[in-house]
Write a protein that binds this ligand. Sequence first.
Ligand code: GTP
Ligand code: SPV
Ligand code: MN
Length: 587
Amino acid sequence: MALTQNVHILNWIDEMTKLTKPDKVVWIDGSEEQLEAIRNEGFITGELIKLNQELLPGCVYHRSAPNDVARVEDRTFICCKNEEDAGPTNNWMDPQEMYEKLYGIFDGSMKGRTMYVIPYSMSIVGSPFAKYGIELTDSIYVVVSMAIMTRVGTDVYEALGDSPDFIKGLHSKADLDEEKRYIVHFPEDNTIMSVNSGYGGNVLLGKKCFALRIASYLGHKENWMAEHMLILGIESPDGEVRYLAAAFPSACGKTNLAMLIPPEIYREKGYKVWCVGDDIAWIRIGPDGRLWAVNPEYGFFGVAPGTSMKSNPNALLSTLKNSIFTNVVLKPDGTVWWEGMDKNPPTDALNWKGELWDPSDGSKGAHPNSRFTAPAKNCPCISPEFDNPEGVPLSAIVFGGRRAKTAPLVYQSRDWQHGVFVGSIMASETTAAATGAVGVVRRDPMAMLPFCGYHMADYWQHWLDMGKLIKNPPKIFNVNWFRTDDDGNFIWPGFGDNMRVLEWIMKRCFDEVDAQETAIGYLPNPEDINLEGLDFDIDQLKSILEVDKDLWKAEVDGIEEFYKQFGTKLPQELVDELNKLKDNLSK
Ligand code: GTP
Ligand code: SPV
Ligand code: MN
């Protein structure tokens, strides 16, 4: 039975039902009883596997098809009327043509299946940040995942009333045919259509599709920002909490940084880190002229491999109940394992494809992009501000990537405009989070290359324009945890020890420490990074704070090449900043 009288919703569902032709329609109300029944249904269809309920209560296992384990950037489209508005970094097709193509694929795609209607809110229902969506799907995995990742419930219908102001999301697994897989956004119609995939990033439409691609488009129109950023708070011994947001490309350390446990010497003094969000930030200018950020999500969709009690205990502890594990190793005792969890790969276990796995044959048991889906409130360090509808005020914005060379451990931009430049030139090695080659350096401005719902040059202009409106802007930094030595080993210990860099960043924001000016911006004086209690000497630190002018000159060539595709749309401010960098490097 329909759970709303909203004619815009009813008409749309009617139309989509006629198109996809499901056997029945189930309205999700967000109740635990209904979700429990749907999980049980999933155990029968095989979409879900029940895990050991004593060791992992409420947890389930899911496998996606072997050809469907990551985002598909080459099949992701922004379909606005004018090609020019999508920009050179997005795939584009004329909306009418794309609708026709998709209607062909969706025609009858839910025959013999159930269509679930999921009402969800990104950020707190009724809050100033809240935006609502409805996802129609034929996947039980999507239903149970959306119930963790977003705020699902009938209060969304109450908040909407008769309004047409919601994001329409249609998803069907169809035949999981790679050749007909499309992840399509129609920003001008508030519509998302995803077909022939069952992988989280392609099908949990509240996440990248809505909260970044559609929301970035809305933020541009409405003077706010939707960013691929974690949000964390650092509490100092006197109880003051300072917040930062950080944008790193996919699988480059956001979840890990967001939940970091400070080294012992910091804990002893009373420092704590609070996690507000690990992937997405919606940011507005507050009445005090500062930037305020919320995490619009309700759960974590985190990279499993590498997550251990040593690297990220808070993430691991978050997954111990009511979580979903996708494409990891399934152990005979109904628990899970992945590379990097510990040094004891299980025997008699099934790998991510469901085959009996022999750890000694050199193959990976878990897919490199295998993931856990966990409720944010399970996280031992979830911020008390997580549910604050106003969000948290940002003192710093941090950009970062995975660079073996070139980018130093940390540097600070001279001002907002230079900070926007620093974000725009971000480059990082590609990871398993998207299909395609891994380990290739590519430009990924603000970690938004795959997620910006409009022209990237307009997006940069939006950043520059926002800067003019923010009376008390956060300071902007760049970090790189991934510098390697000649043998390819990471030099910086990373993880919890990144706290040492965050401390310097916060001190800079509050004028509590000096810095040295270099060609690329302000770098720390090495003795200002606290190395106490760490087996890491100042010379090693100096080696990763080094700015190699030759490498940076080559970098400038790369930036020019990258900027070229934006033609006259490239903001003059960024050209000015590039010229300043060139100038500095020639001195
Ligand atoms: P998405 O969910 O794809 O957006 O990824 P993410 O940015 O949240 O990345 P995540 O924190 O899951 O980390 C991805 C990989 O980087 C994992 O294998 C981590 O173990 C590794 N990693 C994270 N932080 C560090 C670090 O400080 N140093 C090193 N060497 N590796 C790290
Ligand atoms: C990312 O790839 O940046 C992720 C995972 O956070 S996905 O939801 O697949 O986008
Ligand atoms: Mn991400």
